[in-house]
Write a protein of this length. Structure first.
Lengths: 117, 109
């Protein structure tokens, strides 16, 4: 158990639908990162939140959005789902927010496997 | 952020030492070098991190030459369970970049 909790573990939904993925960071970590990993692709950075505020954005589609709540858990919302959105979605957390604060490493959750049919 | 280059794949046998070299020619002064391990359908797991010279933990060693333009992850006496993808990342804590393809290490009996 890494300390980062992601729910649900598996999700099957139809095209055009909307889903919400949830992540609870490791205790004490302030940053949450979301990554997408499709078949045969590396981990693609989507977005980072630090202490409730958006810190960095990667290749996140406009149909996707995220937020981090006061208790530091985060949700990734995926809407108007397409077949190509089927992937593993990972959440990671870290103590710091980057920007020269040194590197504390990321702790990843076990992921949510999204299947769009 | 520094771009990294590492081999796509490596094969080894149980009990051997595996060394994976990562090139990062434009590493910045504040950058650390971090390696992660990922098994299929699991999230990456932090292995080791270093800034310069040599770092060793219970899992691996990380060798960083003085110019810091490359680094080598050393996995001593690998077993079948070390078969995984290994990623090299360079940065000061902001990993906005993707992890890349990593190095797929296959350990055979």
């Amino acid at each position: 158990d890494s300390g980062v909790t992601q729910t649900p573990k598996h999700l099957i939904t139809a095209t055009g639908q909307r889903v919400t993925l949830r992540c609870s960071p490791r205790s004490g970590d302030l940053s949450v990162y979301w990554y997408q990993q499709s078949l045969d692709q590396g981990l693609q950075f989507l977005i980072q939140y630090y202490n409730g505020e958006e810190r960095a954005k990667g290749n996140i589609l406009e149909r996707f959005s995220a937020q981090q709540f006061p208790d530091l858990h985060s949700e990734l919302n995926l809407s108007s789902l397409e077949l190509g959105d089927s992937a593993l979605y990972f959440c990671a957390s870290s103590l710091g927010g980057g920007s020269g604060q040194g590197n504390y490493g990321y702790t990843f959750g076990s992921g949510t496997r999204l299947t769009v049919v | 952020l520094a771009k990294t280059t590492q081999p796509i794949s490596m094969d080894s046998y149980e009990g051997q030492e595996v060394n994976i070299t990562c090139s990062h020619n434009n590493i910045a002064t504040n950058d650390y070098i971090t390696w992660y391990q990922q098994f299929p359908s699991q999230g990456p797991r932090f292995i080791i991190q270093g800034y310069k010279t040599k770092v060793t933990n219970e899992v691996a060693s990380l060798f960083i030459p003085a110019d810091r333009k490359s680094s080598t992850l050393s996995l001593p006496r690998v077993s079948l369970s070390d078969t995984a993808v290994y990623y090299c990342l360079v940065g000061d804590g902001d990993y906005k970049l993707s992890f890349g393809a990593g190095t797929t290490v296959t350990v055979r009996a």
